[in-house]
Design a protein around this ligand. Structure first.
Ligand SMILES: [Zn+2]
Length: 505
Protein backbone atom coordinates (compact mmCIF):
# COMPACT_ATOMS: atom_id res chain seq x y z
CA UNK A 1 0.00 0.00 0.00
CA UNK A 2 1.12 3.56 -0.66
CA UNK A 3 -0.41 6.82 0.47
CA UNK A 4 0.11 10.21 -1.18
CA UNK A 5 3.04 12.03 0.40
CA UNK A 6 1.93 14.57 2.95
CA UNK A 7 -1.48 12.98 3.34
CA UNK A 8 -2.39 12.34 6.89
CA UNK A 9 -1.78 8.69 7.54
CA UNK A 10 -4.94 7.08 8.75
CA UNK A 11 -4.69 5.32 12.03
CA UNK A 12 -5.61 1.70 11.64
CA UNK A 13 -8.47 0.96 13.93
CA UNK A 14 -8.96 -2.54 12.62
CA UNK A 15 -7.41 -3.99 15.75
CA UNK A 16 -10.40 -2.72 17.63
CA UNK A 17 -12.84 -4.88 15.74
CA UNK A 18 -11.21 -8.12 16.67
CA UNK A 19 -11.94 -9.54 20.05
CA UNK A 20 -9.11 -11.38 21.69
CA UNK A 21 -9.50 -15.10 21.32
CA UNK A 22 -8.19 -17.67 23.71
CA UNK A 23 -4.86 -17.60 21.96
CA UNK A 24 -2.23 -15.30 23.41
CA UNK A 25 -0.16 -13.21 21.06
CA UNK A 26 3.55 -13.79 21.50
CA UNK A 27 5.56 -11.15 23.35
CA UNK A 28 7.26 -8.42 21.32
CA UNK A 29 11.01 -8.20 21.04
CA UNK A 30 12.81 -7.21 24.21
CA UNK A 31 13.39 -3.55 25.00
CA UNK A 32 16.41 -1.89 23.54
CA UNK A 33 18.21 -1.74 26.88
CA UNK A 34 18.61 -5.50 26.99
CA UNK A 35 21.90 -6.76 25.58
CA UNK A 36 21.61 -8.88 22.46
CA UNK A 37 21.19 -12.53 23.32
CA UNK A 38 23.84 -14.72 21.70
CA UNK A 39 21.15 -17.30 21.05
CA UNK A 40 19.42 -14.54 19.02
CA UNK A 41 15.99 -15.73 20.02
CA UNK A 42 15.22 -12.42 21.74
CA UNK A 43 16.14 -10.19 18.84
CA UNK A 44 12.80 -10.21 17.16
CA UNK A 45 9.27 -11.46 17.41
CA UNK A 46 8.69 -14.99 18.52
CA UNK A 47 6.98 -17.39 16.10
CA UNK A 48 3.20 -17.04 16.13
CA UNK A 49 1.38 -19.24 18.61
CA UNK A 50 -0.39 -22.18 17.03
CA UNK A 51 -4.12 -21.60 17.36
CA UNK A 52 -5.51 -24.49 15.34
CA UNK A 53 -7.21 -27.14 17.45
CA UNK A 54 -5.18 -30.15 18.45
CA UNK A 55 -5.95 -33.13 16.27
CA UNK A 56 -7.11 -36.06 18.38
CA UNK A 57 -6.07 -39.30 16.77
CA UNK A 58 -9.01 -41.00 18.50
CA UNK A 59 -11.12 -39.14 15.94
CA UNK A 60 -12.95 -36.72 18.17
CA UNK A 61 -14.30 -33.84 16.11
CA UNK A 62 -13.86 -30.29 17.36
CA UNK A 63 -14.75 -26.82 16.12
CA UNK A 64 -12.15 -25.18 13.88
CA UNK A 65 -10.46 -22.16 15.47
CA UNK A 66 -12.06 -18.73 14.78
CA UNK A 67 -8.65 -17.12 14.24
CA UNK A 68 -5.07 -17.84 13.24
CA UNK A 69 -3.62 -15.98 16.21
CA UNK A 70 -1.99 -13.23 14.21
CA UNK A 71 -0.10 -10.93 16.60
CA UNK A 72 -2.26 -7.91 15.70
CA UNK A 73 -5.45 -9.51 14.34
CA UNK A 74 -5.86 -12.78 16.25
CA UNK A 75 -9.31 -13.48 14.85
CA UNK A 76 -8.33 -12.93 11.20
CA UNK A 77 -8.39 -16.19 9.28
CA UNK A 78 -9.58 -19.48 10.73
CA UNK A 79 -7.92 -22.66 11.96
CA UNK A 80 -8.61 -26.24 10.95
CA UNK A 81 -8.47 -26.09 7.16
CA UNK A 82 -6.40 -24.81 4.28
CA UNK A 83 -8.01 -23.30 1.16
CA UNK A 84 -6.67 -24.33 -2.23
CA UNK A 85 -9.00 -22.43 -4.58
CA UNK A 86 -11.81 -19.86 -4.62
CA UNK A 87 -14.21 -19.75 -7.55
CA UNK A 88 -16.36 -16.63 -7.28
CA UNK A 89 -19.38 -16.11 -9.54
CA UNK A 90 -20.50 -12.54 -8.88
CA UNK A 91 -23.12 -10.23 -10.30
CA UNK A 92 -23.11 -6.55 -9.45
CA UNK A 93 -25.95 -4.28 -10.53
CA UNK A 94 -25.15 -0.57 -9.97
CA UNK A 95 -28.82 0.33 -10.51
CA UNK A 96 -29.85 -1.50 -7.35
CA UNK A 97 -26.40 -1.54 -5.68
CA UNK A 98 -26.81 -5.25 -5.05
CA UNK A 99 -24.14 -7.93 -5.11
CA UNK A 100 -25.08 -11.56 -5.71
CA UNK A 101 -22.51 -14.28 -5.34
CA UNK A 102 -21.84 -17.98 -5.45
CA UNK A 103 -18.51 -18.77 -3.80
CA UNK A 104 -17.13 -22.27 -4.38
CA UNK A 105 -14.26 -22.93 -2.01
CA UNK A 106 -12.03 -26.00 -2.27
CA UNK A 107 -10.18 -26.74 0.97
CA UNK A 108 -8.43 -29.50 2.93
CA UNK A 109 -9.14 -30.13 6.61
CA UNK A 110 -6.05 -29.89 8.82
CA UNK A 111 -7.99 -31.13 11.88
CA UNK A 112 -11.03 -33.31 12.55
CA UNK A 113 -13.78 -30.73 12.13
CA UNK A 114 -17.24 -30.76 13.62
CA UNK A 115 -17.66 -27.11 12.58
CA UNK A 116 -15.46 -24.56 10.86
CA UNK A 117 -15.49 -20.78 10.43
CA UNK A 118 -15.33 -18.45 7.46
CA UNK A 119 -14.64 -14.72 7.79
CA UNK A 120 -17.54 -12.78 6.31
CA UNK A 121 -19.02 -9.27 6.31
CA UNK A 122 -20.85 -9.48 2.96
CA UNK A 123 -24.53 -9.50 1.93
CA UNK A 124 -26.92 -12.00 3.49
CA UNK A 125 -26.01 -15.67 3.25
CA UNK A 126 -28.79 -17.65 1.54
CA UNK A 127 -27.36 -21.16 1.74
CA UNK A 128 -24.17 -23.09 2.40
CA UNK A 129 -23.51 -26.61 1.15
CA UNK A 130 -20.51 -28.76 2.05
CA UNK A 131 -19.73 -31.61 -0.36
CA UNK A 132 -23.17 -31.08 -1.90
CA UNK A 133 -25.05 -31.52 1.37
CA UNK A 134 -26.89 -28.72 3.07
CA UNK A 135 -24.96 -27.30 6.04
CA UNK A 136 -26.21 -25.37 9.07
CA UNK A 137 -24.81 -21.87 9.64
CA UNK A 138 -24.63 -19.38 12.44
CA UNK A 139 -23.41 -15.84 12.00
CA UNK A 140 -21.91 -13.54 14.57
CA UNK A 141 -19.47 -10.64 14.40
CA UNK A 142 -17.86 -11.42 11.09
CA UNK A 143 -17.60 -15.16 11.75
CA UNK A 144 -19.77 -17.53 9.71
CA UNK A 145 -19.80 -20.83 11.61
CA UNK A 146 -20.59 -23.77 9.31
CA UNK A 147 -21.74 -27.15 10.62
CA UNK A 148 -21.57 -29.70 7.81
CA UNK A 149 -24.03 -32.61 7.72
CA UNK A 150 -21.11 -34.97 8.32
CA UNK A 151 -17.98 -34.12 10.34
CA UNK A 152 -14.83 -33.74 8.22
CA UNK A 153 -11.78 -35.86 8.93
CA UNK A 154 -8.32 -34.31 8.97
CA UNK A 155 -6.66 -34.61 5.58
CA UNK A 156 -9.97 -34.68 3.70
CA UNK A 157 -10.47 -32.39 0.71
CA UNK A 158 -13.92 -30.78 0.77
CA UNK A 159 -15.94 -28.24 -1.18
CA UNK A 160 -18.01 -25.39 0.23
CA UNK A 161 -20.63 -23.65 -1.91
CA UNK A 162 -22.01 -20.45 -0.37
CA UNK A 163 -24.80 -18.42 -2.01
CA UNK A 164 -25.41 -14.86 -0.94
CA UNK A 165 -26.98 -11.64 -2.13
CA UNK A 166 -28.15 -8.17 -1.23
CA UNK A 167 -26.63 -4.81 -0.42
CA UNK A 168 -23.01 -4.97 0.69
CA UNK A 169 -22.47 -3.81 4.28
CA UNK A 170 -19.83 -1.55 5.67
CA UNK A 171 -16.72 -3.23 7.01
CA UNK A 172 -16.82 -2.60 10.76
CA UNK A 173 -13.58 -1.40 12.27
CA UNK A 174 -11.88 -1.12 8.88
CA UNK A 175 -8.88 1.16 8.49
CA UNK A 176 -11.03 3.87 6.94
CA UNK A 177 -14.10 4.51 4.84
CA UNK A 178 -12.28 3.31 1.74
CA UNK A 179 -11.80 -0.27 2.90
CA UNK A 180 -14.06 -3.17 1.98
CA UNK A 181 -16.81 -2.97 -0.65
CA UNK A 182 -17.18 0.61 -1.84
CA UNK A 183 -20.14 1.74 -3.91
CA UNK A 184 -19.18 4.38 -6.50
CA UNK A 185 -21.28 6.58 -8.80
CA UNK A 186 -21.10 4.11 -11.67
CA UNK A 187 -20.05 0.84 -10.05
CA UNK A 188 -18.07 -0.49 -7.11
CA UNK A 189 -14.56 -1.13 -5.79
CA UNK A 190 -13.62 -4.01 -3.47
CA UNK A 191 -10.27 -3.17 -1.91
CA UNK A 192 -8.36 -2.74 1.33
CA UNK A 193 -5.58 -3.78 3.67
CA UNK A 194 -5.09 -5.56 6.08
CA UNK A 195 -8.54 -7.14 5.61
CA UNK A 196 -11.12 -6.49 2.89
CA UNK A 197 -11.99 -9.79 1.18
CA UNK A 198 -14.63 -10.75 3.75
CA UNK A 199 -16.66 -7.74 2.60
CA UNK A 200 -17.45 -9.50 -0.70
CA UNK A 201 -16.95 -13.25 -0.24
CA UNK A 202 -16.67 -15.81 2.59
CA UNK A 203 -12.96 -16.37 3.13
CA UNK A 204 -10.11 -17.56 5.29
CA UNK A 205 -8.89 -14.00 5.55
CA UNK A 206 -5.19 -14.13 6.39
CA UNK A 207 -2.08 -14.06 4.16
CA UNK A 208 -1.02 -17.37 5.71
CA UNK A 209 -3.75 -19.14 3.70
CA UNK A 210 -2.99 -18.27 0.08
CA UNK A 211 -5.04 -19.83 -2.71
CA UNK A 212 -5.73 -19.59 -6.44
CA UNK A 213 -8.77 -17.65 -7.65
CA UNK A 214 -11.27 -17.56 -10.49
CA UNK A 215 -13.28 -14.33 -10.27
CA UNK A 216 -16.18 -14.08 -12.72
CA UNK A 217 -18.06 -10.76 -12.53
CA UNK A 218 -21.28 -10.01 -14.42
CA UNK A 219 -22.10 -6.34 -14.90
CA UNK A 220 -24.19 -4.24 -17.31
CA UNK A 221 -22.54 -4.57 -20.72
CA UNK A 222 -21.62 -0.86 -20.93
CA UNK A 223 -19.35 -1.21 -17.87
CA UNK A 224 -16.00 -2.88 -17.26
CA UNK A 225 -15.42 -5.47 -14.51
CA UNK A 226 -11.72 -5.68 -13.60
CA UNK A 227 -9.91 -8.04 -11.29
CA UNK A 228 -6.67 -9.98 -10.73
CA UNK A 229 -4.65 -12.13 -13.11
CA UNK A 230 -5.46 -13.19 -16.67
CA UNK A 231 -8.69 -12.16 -18.41
CA UNK A 232 -9.88 -15.57 -19.58
CA UNK A 233 -13.10 -14.49 -21.25
CA UNK A 234 -15.62 -11.71 -21.70
CA UNK A 235 -19.03 -13.03 -22.67
CA UNK A 236 -22.34 -11.33 -23.19
CA UNK A 237 -25.13 -12.97 -21.25
CA UNK A 238 -28.85 -12.36 -20.74
CA UNK A 239 -30.52 -9.14 -19.57
CA UNK A 240 -27.82 -6.88 -21.05
CA UNK A 241 -25.10 -8.14 -18.73
CA UNK A 242 -21.57 -9.23 -19.68
CA UNK A 243 -19.43 -11.62 -17.64
CA UNK A 244 -15.72 -10.88 -17.25
CA UNK A 245 -13.84 -13.97 -16.02
CA UNK A 246 -10.41 -13.50 -14.44
CA UNK A 247 -8.01 -16.21 -13.28
CA UNK A 248 -5.18 -15.76 -10.78
CA UNK A 249 -3.27 -19.04 -10.96
CA UNK A 250 -0.53 -18.14 -8.46
CA UNK A 251 -1.37 -18.40 -4.76
CA UNK A 252 -2.83 -15.08 -3.55
CA UNK A 253 -3.47 -13.66 -0.09
CA UNK A 254 -7.17 -12.72 0.29
CA UNK A 255 -6.61 -8.97 0.82
CA UNK A 256 -4.89 -8.85 -2.59
CA UNK A 257 -8.08 -9.89 -4.39
CA UNK A 258 -9.94 -6.98 -5.97
CA UNK A 259 -12.98 -6.17 -8.06
CA UNK A 260 -13.44 -2.82 -9.82
CA UNK A 261 -16.64 -2.07 -11.76
CA UNK A 262 -17.43 1.11 -13.68
CA UNK A 263 -16.75 3.18 -16.80
CA UNK A 264 -13.12 2.47 -17.66
CA UNK A 265 -10.88 2.83 -20.69
CA UNK A 266 -9.44 -0.70 -20.84
CA UNK A 267 -6.22 -1.29 -22.78
CA UNK A 268 -4.97 -4.81 -23.45
CA UNK A 269 -1.60 -5.90 -24.80
CA UNK A 270 1.29 -8.22 -24.06
CA UNK A 271 4.74 -7.82 -22.55
CA UNK A 272 7.34 -10.59 -22.66
CA UNK A 273 4.53 -12.96 -23.58
CA UNK A 274 2.36 -11.98 -20.61
CA UNK A 275 -1.03 -10.33 -21.02
CA UNK A 276 -1.16 -6.71 -19.88
CA UNK A 277 -4.47 -5.10 -18.92
CA UNK A 278 -4.56 -1.49 -17.76
CA UNK A 279 -7.68 0.54 -17.05
CA UNK A 280 -8.32 4.21 -16.30
CA UNK A 281 -11.65 5.66 -15.27
CA UNK A 282 -13.17 7.56 -18.18
CA UNK A 283 -13.55 10.74 -16.09
CA UNK A 284 -9.74 11.09 -15.92
CA UNK A 285 -7.53 12.76 -18.56
CA UNK A 286 -5.68 10.56 -21.06
CA UNK A 287 -2.38 11.74 -19.58
CA UNK A 288 -3.14 9.23 -16.81
CA UNK A 289 -3.23 6.40 -19.37
CA UNK A 290 0.19 7.47 -20.68
CA UNK A 291 1.66 7.49 -17.18
CA UNK A 292 0.11 4.10 -16.30
CA UNK A 293 1.58 2.69 -19.51
CA UNK A 294 5.01 3.05 -17.84
CA UNK A 295 4.09 -0.11 -15.92
CA UNK A 296 6.05 -2.30 -18.36
CA UNK A 297 9.09 -0.01 -18.26
CA UNK A 298 9.10 -0.18 -14.46
CA UNK A 299 8.67 -3.98 -14.52
CA UNK A 300 11.68 -4.26 -16.86
CA UNK A 301 13.84 -2.32 -14.42
CA UNK A 302 12.61 -4.12 -11.29
CA UNK A 303 13.36 -7.49 -12.91
CA UNK A 304 17.02 -6.48 -13.17
CA UNK A 305 17.13 -6.03 -9.39
CA UNK A 306 14.59 -8.50 -7.95
CA UNK A 307 14.67 -11.31 -10.54
CA UNK A 308 11.89 -12.58 -12.82
CA UNK A 309 8.43 -11.03 -12.43
CA UNK A 310 6.52 -13.64 -10.40
CA UNK A 311 3.06 -13.69 -12.07
CA UNK A 312 1.54 -14.52 -15.46
CA UNK A 313 -0.23 -11.20 -16.02
CA UNK A 314 0.34 -7.53 -15.22
CA UNK A 315 -1.33 -4.15 -15.37
CA UNK A 316 -2.94 -1.52 -13.20
CA UNK A 317 -6.23 0.28 -12.54
CA UNK A 318 -6.62 4.01 -11.83
CA UNK A 319 -9.92 4.82 -10.13
CA UNK A 320 -11.57 8.19 -9.57
CA UNK A 321 -12.79 7.39 -6.05
CA UNK A 322 -11.01 9.18 -3.19
CA UNK A 323 -9.33 6.11 -1.73
CA UNK A 324 -6.36 7.99 -0.32
CA UNK A 325 -4.07 5.07 -1.18
CA UNK A 326 -2.85 2.69 -3.83
CA UNK A 327 -2.83 -1.06 -3.19
CA UNK A 328 -0.69 -3.85 -4.64
CA UNK A 329 -3.65 -6.07 -5.64
CA UNK A 330 -2.05 -9.10 -7.24
CA UNK A 331 -0.90 -8.71 -10.85
CA UNK A 332 -2.96 -5.50 -11.16
CA UNK A 333 -2.52 -2.73 -8.54
CA UNK A 334 -5.31 -0.23 -7.92
CA UNK A 335 -4.30 3.44 -7.72
CA UNK A 336 -6.11 6.49 -6.40
CA UNK A 337 -6.07 9.05 -9.23
CA UNK A 338 -4.45 11.63 -6.93
CA UNK A 339 -1.08 9.91 -7.49
CA UNK A 340 -1.28 10.69 -11.20
CA UNK A 341 -0.75 14.42 -11.01
CA UNK A 342 1.81 14.97 -13.73
CA UNK A 343 2.57 18.46 -12.40
CA UNK A 344 4.05 16.83 -9.31
CA UNK A 345 6.61 14.64 -11.03
CA UNK A 346 4.31 11.92 -12.30
CA UNK A 347 3.35 8.60 -10.83
CA UNK A 348 6.23 6.31 -11.77
CA UNK A 349 7.45 6.24 -8.16
CA UNK A 350 4.13 4.82 -6.92
CA UNK A 351 4.00 2.40 -9.85
CA UNK A 352 7.46 1.21 -8.77
CA UNK A 353 6.19 0.88 -5.18
CA UNK A 354 3.12 -1.21 -6.03
CA UNK A 355 4.92 -3.32 -8.62
CA UNK A 356 7.77 -4.05 -6.18
CA UNK A 357 5.08 -5.49 -3.92
CA UNK A 358 4.37 -8.10 -6.60
CA UNK A 359 7.66 -9.68 -5.46
CA UNK A 360 7.57 -8.54 -1.81
CA UNK A 361 4.10 -8.79 -0.29
CA UNK A 362 2.28 -10.70 -3.01
CA UNK A 363 4.56 -13.52 -4.20
CA UNK A 364 6.39 -13.55 -0.84
CA UNK A 365 3.67 -12.75 1.70
CA UNK A 366 4.01 -11.97 5.36
CA UNK A 367 3.17 -14.67 7.86
CA UNK A 368 2.06 -12.20 10.54
CA UNK A 369 0.90 -8.59 10.18
CA UNK A 370 3.52 -7.53 12.72
CA UNK A 371 6.15 -8.08 10.01
CA UNK A 372 4.62 -5.68 7.48
CA UNK A 373 8.02 -3.98 7.08
CA UNK A 374 8.90 -6.97 4.84
CA UNK A 375 6.30 -5.54 2.44
CA UNK A 376 6.54 -1.78 2.90
CA UNK A 377 10.25 -1.42 3.61
CA UNK A 378 11.06 -3.32 0.42
CA UNK A 379 8.51 -1.42 -1.70
CA UNK A 380 9.79 1.92 -0.41
CA UNK A 381 13.37 0.89 -1.13
CA UNK A 382 12.23 0.01 -4.66
CA UNK A 383 10.96 3.60 -5.00
CA UNK A 384 14.41 4.91 -4.09
CA UNK A 385 16.11 2.53 -6.51
CA UNK A 386 13.68 3.50 -9.29
CA UNK A 387 14.10 7.21 -8.64
CA UNK A 388 17.88 6.86 -8.89
CA UNK A 389 17.64 4.71 -12.02
CA UNK A 390 15.10 6.89 -13.83
CA UNK A 391 16.20 10.31 -12.64
CA UNK A 392 12.81 10.89 -11.04
CA UNK A 393 13.03 13.86 -8.71
CA UNK A 394 11.24 13.32 -5.45
CA UNK A 395 11.71 14.17 -1.83
CA UNK A 396 14.90 12.69 -0.46
CA UNK A 397 17.51 12.94 -3.17
CA UNK A 398 18.76 11.89 -6.57
CA UNK A 399 20.44 8.73 -5.31
CA UNK A 400 19.49 6.04 -2.80
CA UNK A 401 22.35 7.17 -0.59
CA UNK A 402 21.20 10.80 -0.72
CA UNK A 403 17.65 9.72 0.14
CA UNK A 404 18.88 7.71 3.12
CA UNK A 405 21.07 10.64 4.25
CA UNK A 406 18.17 13.07 4.01
CA UNK A 407 15.85 10.97 6.14
CA UNK A 408 18.60 10.21 8.65
CA UNK A 409 19.34 13.90 9.00
CA UNK A 410 15.90 15.50 9.05
CA UNK A 411 14.37 13.20 11.65
CA UNK A 412 15.72 14.31 15.00
CA UNK A 413 16.34 11.84 17.81
CA UNK A 414 12.93 12.18 19.41
CA UNK A 415 10.86 11.82 16.22
CA UNK A 416 8.39 8.96 16.15
CA UNK A 417 10.25 7.52 13.17
CA UNK A 418 12.85 6.35 15.68
CA UNK A 419 10.43 5.47 18.47
CA UNK A 420 8.18 3.19 16.38
CA UNK A 421 10.12 -0.02 15.71
CA UNK A 422 9.30 -1.11 12.15
CA UNK A 423 9.80 -4.78 13.05
CA UNK A 424 6.89 -4.54 15.52
CA UNK A 425 5.10 -1.21 14.99
CA UNK A 426 1.79 -2.14 16.70
CA UNK A 427 -1.57 -2.46 14.95
CA UNK A 428 -2.31 1.26 15.33
CA UNK A 429 0.92 2.08 13.50
CA UNK A 430 0.68 -0.61 10.82
CA UNK A 431 1.08 2.08 8.13
CA UNK A 432 3.33 4.45 10.07
CA UNK A 433 6.15 6.02 8.09
CA UNK A 434 8.59 4.12 10.31
CA UNK A 435 7.38 0.93 8.59
CA UNK A 436 7.99 2.52 5.18
CA UNK A 437 10.94 4.87 5.55
CA UNK A 438 12.82 3.27 8.43
CA UNK A 439 11.98 -0.12 6.86
CA UNK A 440 13.69 1.00 3.65
CA UNK A 441 16.55 2.50 5.67
CA UNK A 442 16.97 -0.94 7.28
CA UNK A 443 17.62 -2.41 3.85
CA UNK A 444 20.08 0.37 3.01
CA UNK A 445 21.86 -0.19 6.33
CA UNK A 446 22.11 -3.86 5.37
CA UNK A 447 23.50 -2.89 1.96
CA UNK A 448 26.12 -0.61 3.55
CA UNK A 449 27.11 -3.42 5.91
CA UNK A 450 27.32 -6.39 3.52
CA UNK A 451 28.26 -4.51 0.33
CA UNK A 452 26.48 -4.21 -3.01
CA UNK A 453 27.55 -7.61 -4.33
CA UNK A 454 25.98 -9.55 -1.45
CA UNK A 455 23.00 -7.20 -1.08
CA UNK A 456 21.92 -7.55 -4.70
CA UNK A 457 22.10 -11.33 -4.34
CA UNK A 458 20.00 -11.30 -1.15
CA UNK A 459 17.03 -9.44 -2.71
CA UNK A 460 16.34 -11.81 -5.66
CA UNK A 461 17.19 -14.87 -3.57
CA UNK A 462 14.54 -13.85 -1.00
CA UNK A 463 11.99 -13.51 -3.82
CA UNK A 464 12.84 -16.87 -5.43
CA UNK A 465 13.28 -18.89 -2.24
CA UNK A 466 9.96 -17.79 -0.70
CA UNK A 467 8.01 -17.53 -4.00
CA UNK A 468 4.28 -18.25 -3.69
CA UNK A 469 4.48 -18.70 0.08
CA UNK A 470 5.20 -16.59 3.16
CA UNK A 471 8.41 -15.41 4.78
CA UNK A 472 9.36 -14.14 8.22
CA UNK A 473 11.86 -11.55 9.42
CA UNK A 474 13.89 -14.31 11.06
CA UNK A 475 14.08 -16.17 7.75
CA UNK A 476 15.18 -12.98 5.99
CA UNK A 477 17.92 -12.33 8.55
CA UNK A 478 19.10 -15.94 8.21
CA UNK A 479 19.27 -15.55 4.42
CA UNK A 480 21.19 -12.27 4.67
CA UNK A 481 23.68 -13.92 7.05
CA UNK A 482 23.99 -16.97 4.80
CA UNK A 483 24.77 -14.94 1.69
CA UNK A 484 26.98 -12.31 3.33
CA UNK A 485 28.76 -14.63 5.74
CA UNK A 486 28.31 -11.94 8.40
CA UNK A 487 26.62 -11.96 11.79
CA UNK A 488 23.82 -9.38 11.46
CA UNK A 489 21.76 -9.68 14.66
CA UNK A 490 22.88 -6.33 16.07
CA UNK A 491 22.23 -4.50 12.81
CA UNK A 492 18.66 -5.80 12.53
CA UNK A 493 18.04 -5.31 16.22
CA UNK A 494 19.04 -1.63 15.99
CA UNK A 495 17.08 -0.94 12.81
CA UNK A 496 13.95 -3.05 13.32
CA UNK A 497 13.34 -3.33 17.05
CA UNK A 498 15.12 -0.48 18.85
CA UNK A 499 12.99 2.51 19.93
CA UNK A 500 15.81 4.98 19.19
CA UNK A 501 17.85 6.21 16.25
CA UNK A 502 20.30 3.50 15.19
CA UNK A 503 23.97 4.26 14.64
CA UNK A 504 24.73 5.46 11.14
CA UNK A 505 25.94 2.50 9.05
ZN1 LIG B 1 3.12 -0.48 0.00
Amino acid sequence: MARPRGARRLAVAAAGLILLTACTPPPPGLPDSDPPDPTRTVLGPQPPVECAPVVDTEASFDPGAPGLCDSYYPQAGNGGYDVEDYHLDLTYDPATQTLRGVATITATATANLRTFNLDYYGPDIESVRVDDQSAATEYSGGELVVTPAEPIEAGTRFTIVARYGGKPRGYPGASGPSTGFLVTDDGAIALGQPQSAAAWFPVNDHPRDKATYTIAISVPSNLAALSNGVLESRREGPMGFTTWTWRESSPMAPYLATMVVGNYRVVTGTHDGRPVVTAVHTSLPTSVDAELARTTEVIDYLQTVFGPYPFDALGGIVVNAPLGYALETQARPVYDQSFFNVDQGGASWVIAHELAHQWYGDSVSIDDWREIWLNEGFATYAEWLWNEHSGTQRSGGATVQATFDTWYRIFSDNERLWRVPPGDPGADDLFHQAVYIRGAMTLHALRRTVGDEAFFRILPEWASRQKDTTGTTMEFIALAEEISGQELDQLFHDWLYSPKRPPRP
